[in-house]
Ligand binder design. Structure first.
Ligand SMILES: OC[C@H]1O[C@H](O[C@H]2O[C@H](CO)[C@@H](O)[C@H](O)[C@H]2O)[C@H](O)[C@@H](O)[C@@H]1O
Length: 606
């Protein structure tokens, strides 16, 4: 056995990965041709490939030339999630096409190898490890296919090239000459059921391409969108769990926010905050079907007492997301612990009320129209918010230190009351508009008195605190104060000066704030997009455009962004690809397109 296989892969970077998916789960493919992350059958199912968070022994599927000196370049085929990796070797070149066909019954991963020139010796090395990389399955050859079974999981590999077993892995060694094609299909099914009808690898390619290109073609902006906006929208769609309409924050767990540190979290769930902001981005681009599906998802997920509202749910609305550590996984680059599940589900985060009310207002006032059920749910939320808005909470950043009176939480409580009152005042919905307006005014006065540091002319992270927080950059965007207000301009300048790093923005300084965690983290990409939005709103459009360009340049070779960026090490950090970062990009592009050098932006959510 190769001794290196037990070591965490040292040179790997988060940005080495590309995403393929079928809108129910997703896989990450490395520049080395290895699928190192795949959860089956759903985003939040246990991974059968977890080398991303450990070593090859935690499960992976590498398909590449045997020649170690081979070099690869890659791209998506057009506006799709079909990944094409081209390999050059001294003896010839090949193309590997990786994709997950839109799901009918069972999830498939298809890999097609095409010879471009000369002859190339290829190797497929498949190491399945169920339950997040530690269960070695029982593997047999059945009817010409490889079948791996352990517990609830069964995975079959079919191919037109010969497979053999060695060292608890399955290999295929084969040659591909110009014009040749070889194919592999990996299919999951529940181990107690008969296997599904096999997928035809070659025939599945065209429909998969059409699925993605037809989807993006449905945008009202189709044909006018920049390449980076198109790729971000495709990525947001890939993070949507189509059967329910839920949207995950990212398809990974525990990609570190501090390399080698413990800031490692599971993002394979639906946060009301991340999902509402995603929805605003999709709505702006004309994707009403997703907006409708998400509103229905929300109604189901939060049905019941508004006091039992959670800030996040599973992809079909599950409430219990218990957090535990996976000690058998050493973590990406040794960043431990790896966490599965997310204890933030039990936190109080008041901002979600504002985010939900705001996006539902956007939906009502723009494209998907009012709904009685949706309004009944919003009225219930407002009754509950009336009881709790004054409480300290864990805030937008889900701190694991003590609860505080976070300024952004209160600003968003104001947004919730403002949008509720506006629905009655301007759109004829029924409800106690006067009471809602009075509460909104009370919160406004309180935030301006207690969340603002008059000496430094900036809003602060929490009442009475000196610490700054990038979330208050959203104050003009949500309409709490006009962009021209000197307190807004002062806040933009202070955040930029104190939280800025190489032009990007940290969410707060970990030294100034007790977030319950020891190490430092990188700059937070959505906060950097918010700075660009805020700069544009206060009339500094040139600087906003420069920052947007700088952020776009951070994307990896296939246009993807993680949650954070470390400007010193010049590498991405955090879960990947992250909805927050990509929706930030779409929204900033939209803001910049709706402004000119001398016209301030019109008010909009996010
Ligand atoms: O920083 C500590 C927290 O980090 C995660 O939360 C972050 O990701 C969420 C999903 O994108 C986002 O909604 C939140 O604003 C971010 O702070 C993690 O999920 C939390 O468990 C953790 O406490």
């Amino acid at each position: 056995m190769d001794p290196n296989r037990r070591q965490p892969l040292p040179d790997r970077r988060i940005e080495d990965y590309a995403l393929i998916g079928d809108t129910q789960t997703a896989a990450l493919v490395s520049t080395d041709g290895s699928i190192d992350w795949l959860c089956l059958p759903r985003f939040d199912s246990p991974a059968c490939f977890a080398a991303l968070l450990g070593t090859d022994d935690n499960g992976h599927w590498r398909l590449r030339p045997r020649d170690g000196s081979a070099r690869s370049t890659r791209h998506y085929r057009g506006d799709t999630l079909v990944l094409e990796t081209e390999w050059s070797t001294p003896s010839g070149s090949v193309r590997v096409i990786d994709f997950m066909p839109p799901r009918d019954v069972a999830p498939d991963v298809v890999r097609i190898v095409e010879g471009i020139s000369g002859t190339v010796s290829m190797r497929s090395e498949l190491r399945l490890r169920f339950d997040y990389g530690h269960v070695v399955p029982w593997v047999r050859q059945v009817d010409g296919q490889i079948v791996a079974i352990a517990g609830p999981d069964s995975v079959a590999l079919r191919s037109d090239v010969h497979q053999y077993g060695r060292d608890f892995a399955t290999y295929a060694d084969f040659e591909v000459s110009a014009g040749d094609r070889a194919w592999f299909v990996l299919t999951w099914h529940p181990s107690h059921l008969p296997p599904p009808t096999p997928t035809d690898a070659l025939a599945a390619l065209k429909p998969t391409e059409s699925y993605w290109s037809e989807w993006i073609g449905r945008s009202t902006d189709a044909g006018e969108m920049s390449e980076e906006v198109t790729r971000s929208l495709l990525t947001l769609k890939a993070l949507t769990y189509t059967p329910s309409g839920g949207i995950v924050a990212a398809p990974t767990t525990s990609l570190p926010e501090a390399l080698g540190g413990g800031r490692n979290w599971d993002y394979r769930f639906c946060w009301l905050r991340d999902a509402t902001m995603t929805l605003a981005a999709l709505l702006r681009s004309g994707f009403t079907e997703e907006a409708q599906a998400w509103r229905d998802w929300l109604l189901r997920a939060i049905a019941g007492s508004p006091s039992a509202l959670q800030i996040m749910y599973g992809v079909t609305g599950e409430r219990r997301l218990p957090e535990f550590e996976a000690p058998w996984l050493p973590g990406f680059g040794g960043s431990a612990p790896v966490r599965i599940g997310n204890a933030a589900a039990d936190q109080l985060q008041l901002d979600v009320f504002g985010e939900v009310m705001d996006v539902l207002a956007l939906a009502r006032e723009t494209r998907i129209g009012p709904s009685d059920d949706a309004w009944a749910m919003q009225s219930g939320l407002m009754r509950h918010l009336g009881d709790v808005w004054h409480l300290p909470d864990e805030g937008i950043w889900e701190v694991r230190g003590a609860r505080q009176q976070f300024t952004y939480s209160k600003v968003m409580a104001w947004v919730a009351f403002d949008r509720a009152a506006r629905a009655v005042e301007r759109f004829g919905m029924s409800g106690p508009a006067k009471q809602w307006r009075a509460t909104a005014d009370e919160i406004h006065r309180q935030v301006c008195a207690e969340g603002f540091d008059a000496e430094r002319n900036t809003f602060t992270q929490a009442y009475g605190s000196k610490a700054l927080d990038a979330s208050v950059l959203l104050i003009p965007q949500v309409g709490f104060l006009p962009p021209g207000d000197p307190r807004v301009v002062g806040t933009v300048e202070a955040v930029r000066a104190e939280l800025g790093s190489d032009g990007f923005v940290r969410r707060y300084l970990t030294d100034d704030v007790d977030d319950g965690l020891p190490d430092h983290e990188g700059t937070f990409l959505i906060c950097s997009f918010w700075l660009a939005d805020a700069l544009a709103m206060i009339g500094r459009v040139g600087e906003a455009r420069d920052l947007y360009a700088k952020l776009v340049a951070l994307r990896n070779d296939v246009g993807l962004l993680a949650e954070e960026y470390d400007p010193v090490a010049r590498r991405m950090l955090g879960n990947f690809p992250q909805a927050f970062s990509h929706l930030g990009l779409v929204n900033t592009a939209w803001h910049l397109n709706t402004t000119t050098t001398d016209t301030p932006l019109r008010r909009s959510a996010y």
